[in-house]
Ligand binder design. Structure first.
Ligand code: NAP
Length: 242
């Protein structure tokens, strides 16, 4: 069902984004692999080993013009955008009283405005096609909040509001828009936490294990395949939030 579809994954050089890109490649999808810093040659090779096209595109999702140019390039080189996975995200954790304006703005710019930029430009192509699936990476923190993450939680709560609004606007044209809210997934992002913080997290997970990137990737593929699910936030968190 997904074979031959064109899938954009942002921030796909490592972590969850990389796993999502590989999972869609395994389904026979062509991958537009957005990355910000260095070209992820090993990931590109792995994607191509599944006999699909991989189009690597370097750029910053928080740049509105970059998002526009990316869609133009994808339209020209692949013809359509069937699935958009807005995965690129950052953290700049700090307690509220010590959080700088820059720490707040940078997280909102990448996580929330970056998602808006990509959705805004992809949706004009999807509207013409009268089909498409948009999947946004939120976080359980955007649902329940977290001390030390006022910026990040606000950005992810914003992503959830954006997801539901986009779902309502675009449903009549056969376009779905959903969010995945991971809990604690083992990646470079969570590796920055102290051993004590990690222990505390584990204690809050009923299934008693950290999430793996593949746990999230499987849900992204599921949401792309199901044309009758929209406006939902799927917690993938070992039962952390229920
Ligand atoms: P990660 O390992 O830090 O990877 C994030 C990726 O996003 C990196 O490849 C990074 O590229 C890219 N990126 C950051 N800013 C970008 C920008 N402005 N434009 C383009 N790419 C950008 O993080 P992760 O754990 O895989 O997280 C992926 C997503 O899941 C994020 O949205 C995160 O908030 C969300 N999430 C993660 C967890 C978790 O437990 N890991 C939990 C909840 C939600 P560079 O390396 O070049 O900076």
């Amino acid at each position: 069902m997904l074979k031959g579809k064109n899938v954009i994954v942002t921030g796909a050089a490592k972590g969850i984004g990389k796993a999502v890109a590989i999972a869609f490649a395994k389904e026979g999808c062509n991958i537009v692999l957005n990355y910000r810093s260095s070209a992820p040659d090993d990931t590109i090779q792995e994607i191509e080993s599944h006999g699909v096209t991989c189009l690597p595109v370097q750029g910053d999702v928080s740049d509105f013009e970059f998002a526009a140019a990316l869609m133009k390039q994808v339209k020209k080189e692949l013809g359509s955008v069937d699935v958009l996975v807005n995965n690129a995200g950052i953290t700049r954790d700090m307690l509220l009283m010590r959080m700088s304006e820059e720490e707040f703005d940078s997280v909102i710019h990448t996580n929330l405005k970056g998602t808006f930029n990509m959705v805004r430009h992809a949706s004009s192509l999807m509207l013409k096609q009268r089909s498409g699936a948009i999947i946004n990476m939120a976080s359980v923190v955007g649902v329940v909040g977290n001390a030390g993450q006022v910026n990040y939680a606000a950005s992810k709560a914003g992503v959830i509001g954006l997801t539901k609004s986009v779902a309502k606007e675009l449903a009549a044209r056969g376009i779905t828009c959903n969010a995945i809210a991971p809990g604690f997934v083992e990646t470079d992002m969570t590796d920055a936490l102290t051993p004590e913080q990690k222990e505390n997290m584990l204690a809050m997970i009923p299934l008693k294990r950290y999430g793996q990137v593949e746990d999230i990737a499987r849900v992204a593929v599921f949401l792309a395949e199901n044309t009758y699910i929209t406006g939902q936030v799927i917690n993938v968190d070992g039962g952390m939030v229920m």
